[in-house]
Design a protein around this ligand. Structure first.
Ligand SMILES: *Cc1c(COP(=O)(O)O)cnc(C)c1O
Length: 402
């Protein structure tokens, strides 16, 4: 079945819910048993890992189980668990497979809070963390140590969008007995199939495109059958769970993920191409553009690009940059991405250790939403014009007031 068919059908069981198309929101903590025999039966089935059998709200309701089932199918893994945020999903995934004395290799381009979790939290429990250059493929085997248990990948990288050779890294890691944990948020379950590329655990910040409307936080971890017992146990041991209303919003978002992504993708490429020929722009970090250093790998392994990319601007005075950002009317200034609306946020990849950021100018991460792309381009053009006008004025009104 094609992905769009899966998006519509996965995890849906109207016959169980009075024929309702959508699995309703089940709110609850206590789940009553009809008899002692029923209680014992449920406990045993739950311990025997029967999906959808729950003895307590923390272990999920039918709402949770619907999303878990759909996500495992879409990502192509064995089972999924839900966490209250994308970062909680990454933390749970890593905690489930790392112990004191273990070593983990983490790509330099990883989402910065994930790296901080590794060093600041797991580091306290005796896990050794080494960042590596995201452009390393099979060469990663030179960094693998006898105690390396996990190679963490994120492709394309957060903010800087380097594409990783995930199959080559996975082959090296597996030959060494290490697992590959991937943040697949940019690829979504549609544009990158982690388990077909050797990944053992895949993380989705469902907060982004899966929820898709900037109205809930959620994380999802999907894994292979071999990893599942550890992931499930750790999830239970940590008390990880997610609110049913947020899970419902993710299920609702999931049904339209395919059509939304098509538009984000198309508009994203259109805006990125336009930016690439602007004199104010030094570089566009978008893997679908042929000039992107990771383009060939992206083309080989991905079936699409979402609406998130970055630009490095020609260096401009801070005040001019500020005028540019503040002149944008259709791009909101804020964290996160993957909603229907466009966003712009400045960044400085200062935490990179093995990869130097080579641009002197300001950098902006852009999320291209579902607005008409021509309007977004016009908005960027008028903001460039406003910033150019402000650069031409030697003394700004603010300076006069001082
Ligand atoms: C946003 C993001 C996360 C974290 O998700 P939250 O739901 O905000 O915790 C993880 N990875 C990537 C790549 C992200 O962009």
């Amino acid at each position: 079945m094609g992905d769009n068919t899966l998006l519509v059908s996965a995890g849906r069981h109207p016959e169980r819910f009075a024929g309702l198309v959508n699995t309703p929101v089940f709110r609850g903590s206590t789940i009553l048993s009809a008899s002692l025999a029923d209680w014992e039966d449920k406990k045993h089935r739950s311990m025997a890992d029967e999906h959808g059998v729950s003895t307590y709200g923390r272990f999920g309701t039918p709402t949770h189980h619907a999303l878990e089932e759909a996500m495992a199918e879409l990502e192509g893994g064995y089972r999924s668990v839900l966490c209250p945020s994308g970062l909680a999903a990454a933390a749970t995934a890593l905690t489930s497979v790392l112990s004191a004395g273990d070593h983990v290799l983490v790509t330099d381009s990883a989402y910065s809070p994930t790296r901080t979790f590794l060093t600041r939290v797991l580091g306290r429990f005796g896990v050794e963390v080494t960042p590596y250059d995201s452009r390393m493929g099979s060469g990663i085997n030179t960094l693998l140590r006898p105690n390396t248990k996990v190679v963490y990948v994120e492709s394309p990288g957060s903010e800087t969008f380097e594409v990783q050779d995930v199959p080559a890294i996975a082959a090296a890691a597996h030959a060494h007995g290490a697992l590959v944990v991937m943040d697949n948020t940019w690829g979504t379950p549609l544009f990158f199939k982690p388990f077909e590329h050797g990944v053992d655990i895949s993380i989705q910040a469902a907060t982004k495109y899966i929820v898709g409307h900037s109205d809930a936080m959620l994380g999802i971890v999907t894994c292979t059958k071999a990893v599942w017992p550890r992931l499930k146990q750790t999830c239970h041991d940590l008390g990880q769970t997610a609110g049913p209303d947020d899970v419902y919003l993710a299920l609702r978002g999931l049904r339209t993920l395919g059509v939304r992504l098509q538009q984000h993708s198309k508009s994203g490429i259109q805006v990125a191409r336009w930016l690439a020929q602007r004199p104010e722009v030094e570089a566009v970090m978008h893997p679908a553009l042929p000039e992107h250093p990771g383009h060939a790998l992206w083309k080989r392994d991905f079936t699409g690009a979402c609406g998130l990319f970055a630009i490095a601007l020609q260096k401009m005075p801070e005040a001019v940059f500020e005028t540019f950002v503040d002149s944008l009317q259709l791009f909101g200034l804020g964290l996160s991405w993957g909603g229907y609306e466009s966003l712009a946020i400045p960044f400085a990849p200062g935490d990179r250790t093995t990869q130097r950021w080579s641009y002197a100018g300001q950098a902006l991460r852009l999320h291209i939403g579902l607005e008409n792309p021509e309007d977004l381009i016009n908005d960027l053009a008028q903001a460039f014009a406003a910033s150019a006008a402000s650069a031409a004025i030697k003394i700004t009104p603010q300076q006069l007031m001082v």
